[in-house]
Ligand binder design. Structure first.
Ligand SMILES: Nc1ncnc2c1ncn2[C@@H]1O[C@H](COP(=O)(O)OP(=O)(O)O)[C@@H](O)[C@H]1O
Ligand SMILES: [Mg+2]
Length: 208
């Protein structure tokens, strides 16, 4: 495998999607071959999983959420991420393995170490080479998203306390693996965040 997997993580509204699109454009300008994708809807099966979460009367237990996201992840790695990496692509993925540790682990109370183990299996060992963690007060992120005015999903509808646990979970993940997981203060203008993202990714790709 010769490509690189870069994941973008953070609470709702922290700027993951915005920065992924900007980073992709910039990497293309640098002549890099880039792909972007997102979890869980990177595959048809993943789209079905996301829709299942939104079905009325569907209330998965925390561990069931874990299994469903892991199922989507295994399919995503097999259908898209590994083939891209094999072709030497830089792969940008909007949420990935750490999201399950933060959301279902730290925020919903499933053992984070169990989730880490399942992630190794579900990814077939395809773990991120670099993770950009957009750190933001979740109240600010939810406010940004409300401005967009679209319907909130199952996770966005959770209480603010849930989102604060997600944020703390991500910070734990970062503390445990500071070399892989790079913390970016996301409460700054998009162009400022983008410049820091570029600097981090440039340094990473030079060393890769
Ligand atoms: N640095 C920023 N400052 C203010 N608003 C931002 C910033 N980055 C993104 N936004 C806006 O906040 C909303 C959420 O951003 P988005 O990239 O969709 O976040 P995420 O993908 O992490 O949920 C969007 O409306 C976006 O335009
Ligand atoms: Mg997004």
């Amino acid at each position: 495998m010769s490509g690189a997997l870069i994941t973008l993580e953070g609470v709702e509204g922290s700027g993951k999607t915005t920065q992924m699109m900007r980073l992709e454009r910039w990497l293309r300008q640098q002549g890099r071959k880039v792909e972007h994708t997102r979890e869980p809807d990177g595959t048809r099966l993943g789209v079905a999983v996301r829709r299942l979460f939104e079905r009325p009367g569907v209330h998965p237990q925390p561990l069931v959420e874990v299994f469903l996201f892991m199922a989507a992840r295994q399919q995503h790695v097999a259908e898209k991420i590994r083939p891209w990496l094999d072709r030497g692509r830089v792969v940008l993925c909007d949420r990935y393995a750490d999201a399950t540790v933060a959301y279902q682990g730290y925020a919903r109370g499933v053992d984070p170490d169990l989730i880490r183990e399942l992630n190794v299996r579900a990814t077939s060992g395809v773990l991120p080479d670099l993770t950009l963690l957009f750190d933001l007060d979740p109240a600010e992120g939810l406010k940004r998203n409300r401005l967009k005015g679209r319907r909130l999903d199952r996770f966005e509808r959770e209480a603010i306390a849930f989102h604060r646990r997600v944020r703390r979970g991500y910070l734990e993940i970062c503390r445990a693996e500071p070399k892989r997981v790079r913390l970016i203060r996301a409460a700054r203008p998009p162009a400022v965040v983008e410049a820091e993202v570029r600097a981090i990714v440039e340094e990473f790709l030079r060393g890769a």
